[in-house]
Design a protein around this ligand. Structure first.
Ligand SMILES: Cc1ncc(COP(=O)(O)O)c(C=O)c1O
Length: 462
């Protein structure tokens, strides 16, 4: 790709500091400039079309040209383009959306706090956990446990919760009081001959041991994604959340469900918590809340937490937390329209109807020599590539096999997500079976190209 003169690509290199990008490589590779979107496809500046196999960043649930969301935004822009929610102010879009979300919650919840991103939602959840325990007169009960390979975002507290080394390294993170326990990936971390249920028991025992080591009076909360997304699409092993929640209850540790990816239908239920029997005290969500058309996140809190916050704010004089754009009216109006569309089109039923095509289609690659594991549920899936199927030996990370496969997939017109050598799939929820077939076909070609490339590189023999 050449980026000459005053092209968008060269101006991008000149002026744009990119998130999650190898900045050095970018100076020569430049960007893939996406110009427009329609349905489940996007088109780049040269006119080449791609199926968006990851819905952008697991988020554009209704695809890239839903006119009702555009109209909802315009209507709200014309009526009240901004108002805030500080100091007892409010507006109808935020009120309606909060009421709607409380009605949709997977367990009884009391109130909704709005922010702009998943990271802000999780930072808010951390602060609520601390505030709650101060309100209850337990100032030492503050530590928070997340999991290795978890992804909870990049703001200071959320990045600390995230269990991926690159989010900590040289950012001087994690902050104090954030702990990480086992990643529940059975394929990678299960012992020889260990069943999923036994693996789950071992992880729950390890969690209990960690809480006891730290002192239960110091441990406040456990954060978990129902399905871990950016860590590699990792599904909880059988009985995992049942056993983990028993430990949390025993030591009075709150559960925060990070539904930023799973929420709003991704796993074939409205919430990943329903898919996996989680009963959270706090639930964070974002992304598909607005089909990503505008930034918005929502933190749902239980009545016990809300009540404690009420008492604490009465004592202090205010609940000293909030963002200028908390409950932005245009984002809330778009979210309300998004939720209306989910209901009218019965998006959950649609996901359940088409998901088997994606899941079975990907499982058909299980016998491929490069494929170690295929995993997924609903419309989220991961395919893990390995150097040796029998021993599950990974490729040398320096080879960048996952990234290479995804660059082949771009050539074949599919955007996928490399997560190390796992390939993430999370298409818009509106995808139909025909487009799933096309996506699978393009993935198959990319996998074949990757196998050929590994032979050319001398990594594998044909
Ligand atoms: C599970 C999960 N939590 C939190 C976040 C952070 O959200 P944001 O990028 O909107 O800050 C993400 C983003 O991908 C996520 O997948």
């Amino acid at each position: 790709m050449t980026h000459l003169g005053n092209s968008a690509g060269s101006r991008d290199i000149a002026y744009h500091l990119h998130p999650y990008t190898n900045l050095k490589t970018h100076e020569t590779s430049g960007p893939l400039v996406i110009a427009s979107g329609k349905g489940v496809t996007v088109t780049d500046e040269t006119g080449k079309e791609y199926i968006e196999g990851v819905a952008g960043l697991w988020c554009t649930s209704l695809g890239f040209d839903e006119p009702r969301l555009v109209d909802a935004a315009i209507r709200q822009m014309r009526t009240l383009p901004f108002y805030h929610a500080f100091a007892h102010k409010s507006h109808e879009p935020a009120i309606d959306l909060a009421e709607k979300l409380i009605g949709l919650a997977p367990v009884p919840m009391s109130k909704v706090f709005f922010a702009c991103s998943g990271s802000e939602a999780n930072d808010t959840a951390v602060k609520l956990v601390w505030y709650y325990n101060n309100a209850l007169g337990r100032p030492q009960k503050k530590k928070i446990i997340a999991r290795q390979k978890a992804y909870h975002g990049v703001t200071v507290a959320a990045a600390s919760l995230t269990g991926l080394p690159n989010c900590h390294r040289d950012f001087d993170l994690p902050i104090q009081g954030i702990l990480h326990t086992d990643c529940p990936h059975h394929y990678r971390f299960g012992l020889e001959g260990e069943s999923e249920a036994d693996f789950a028991t071992r992880l729950a025992d390890n969690l209990e041991a960690l809480i006891l080591r730290e002192g239960p009076e110091t441990v406040a909360a456990f954060f978990a994604e129902p399905v871990m997304g950016a860590g590699g699409v990792i599904l909880p092993p059988a009985t995992y959340f049942e056993k983990i929640q028993a430990v949390l209850r025993k030591y009075d540790v709150l559960l925060v469900a990070d539904e930023v990816i799973c929420g709003y239908g991704r796993t074939g239920n409205m919430w990943g918590s329903q898919t996996y029997g989680m009963k959270p005290d706090i639930l964070t969500s974002a992304k598909a809340l607005t089909s990503a058309y505008l930034p918005l996140s929502a933190v749902l809190v239980s009545d016990a937490i809300y009540r404690a916050c009420v008492d604490e704010s009465a004592k202090i004089g205010t609940f000293g937390h909030g963002y200028t754009y908390s409950g932005h009216p245009v984002s809330c109006a778009v979210a309300l329209e998004t939720l209306k569309i989910y209901e009218e089109r019965d998006i959950i039923r649609h996901v359940r109807a088409v998901a088997p095509r994606l899941q079975q289609g990907l499982r058909a690659f299980r016998d491929h020599p490069l494929v170690g594991e295929v995993r997924g549920t609903g419309l989220i899936a991961g395919v893990e590539l390995v150097a040796d199927k029998a021993t599950r030996k990974p490729f040398d990370p320096a080879l960048g096999v996952g990234t290479k496969l995804v660059s082949f997939s771009h050539q074949h017109g599919a955007i996928l997500r490399p997560i190390g050598d796992s390939i993430g799939f999370s298409p818009p929820l509106i995808i139909d079976e025909t487009k799933i077939e096309t996506l699978l076909f393009r993935f198959e070609k990319s996998l074949a190209d990757t196998a050929d490339w590994l032979v050319r590189e001398g990594v594998r023999v044909s």
